[in-house]
Design a protein around this ligand. Sequence first.
Ligand code: AMP
Length: 111
Amino acid sequence: MSDCIFCRIIAGEIPSQKVYEDEKMIAIKDVAPAAPVHVLLLPKQHYDNIMTADPELVKYMLGKVETLATQLGVKEKGFRIVINTGKEGGQSVNHLHIHLIGGKELGWPPC
Ligand code: AMP
């Protein structure tokens, strides 16, 4: 989708700090990190959110979390994955993405 910022990042039209890429997804550093480690896992195919996405693709992306957590140095100490969905869920970019956040002690609840 030409008006989707994450599609434009995936297409290379907007620069990003990529930490992982394969045929189905990329992972990039969040431009406004909430913690020392904050990356976004983005499927290359556009889905507005988790409700419209192919569950097999979501499963595939979740399957990459351990690899990325290891690569980013947060596997042992712990981290959080978040999928904000819809307006009240805090989703600001309507292209499915999984936040992987860590590198410090995180608070809960998030609101
Ligand atoms: P959400 O609020 O769950 O939709 O998360 C969207 C995330 O995308 C936010 O954490 C933003 O900081 C991040 N973001 C927005 N634009 C960019 C960009 N160009 N590069 C990297 N991260 C971005």
